[in-house]
Design a protein around this ligand. Structure first.
Ligand SMILES: [Zn+2]
Length: 190
């Protein structure tokens, strides 16, 4: 674990306020650097952990489940921040499918893993890869699919300014890559 340096964030935000031409000592801004540091520590909590550490945190599984049938957990809501602009990625949801080998993971754990990897400076594509990587480790299976949809404030509120533009990405491995019928089954359940 690598702890977030809240004091350095505080100092840096204060400098940004000055760079913007504002007075960091005026009433409305006095506590802002402290508030932002606290908020960043919360929304970037996942920066403190590697994927391996997150896998170890949420590895509660139920063993001896001999199903072999598709498990789908859909529409887990997450927020994240794009690493290119530090802009919010919002209205995001994550859907995960996997084929259990000998165990299934507690359903809330998938949501916690998705949450934690989203709490980093991210790319939507990498959020999917990170979730897949962690689930492979926890579930000991290659047969995983992660589909994410989301809107990016750096596209909808600035730059090209196209509100409503939805980005969809998927991370696919194992049988979901080789077996088109299985992939179709997953998509039809969403
Ligand atoms: Zn961006």
């Amino acid at each position: 674990m690598k702890e977030i340096d809240k004091d350095l964030i505080k100092e840096s935000i204060r400098n940004i306020l000055i760079a913007l031409g504002d007075d960091p000592n005026r009433e409305g801004l006095k506590e802002t650097p402290k508030r932002v540091a606290k908020m960043y520590a919360e929304v970037f909590e996942g920066m403190q952990y590697t994927n391996e550490e997150i896998a170890a945190m949420f590895n509660k599984c139920f063993e001896d489940v001999k199903t072999g049938d598709l498990v789908v957990v859909e529409h887990i809501p997450i927020f994240s921040y794009c690493e290119h602009h530090l802009a919010l990625m919002y209205n995001m949801d994550v859907s995960v499918g996997y084929i259990p080998k000998d165990k299934v993971i507690g359903l809330s754990k998938i949501a916690r893993i998705a949450d934690m990897v989203a709490k980093r400076l991210q790319l939507q594509e990498r959020i999917g890869m990170d979730i897949m990587h962690i689930l492979k480790e926890v579930l000991e299976t290659e047969d995983i699919i992660v589909v994410i949809r989301g809107e990016h404030a750096c596209m909808t509120t600035r730059g090209i300014r196209k509100p409503g533009t939805v980005t969809k990405t998927s991370a696919i491995s194992g049988a979901f890559g080789s077996n088109q019928a299985l992939r179709q089954e997953f998509y039809s359940l969403l």
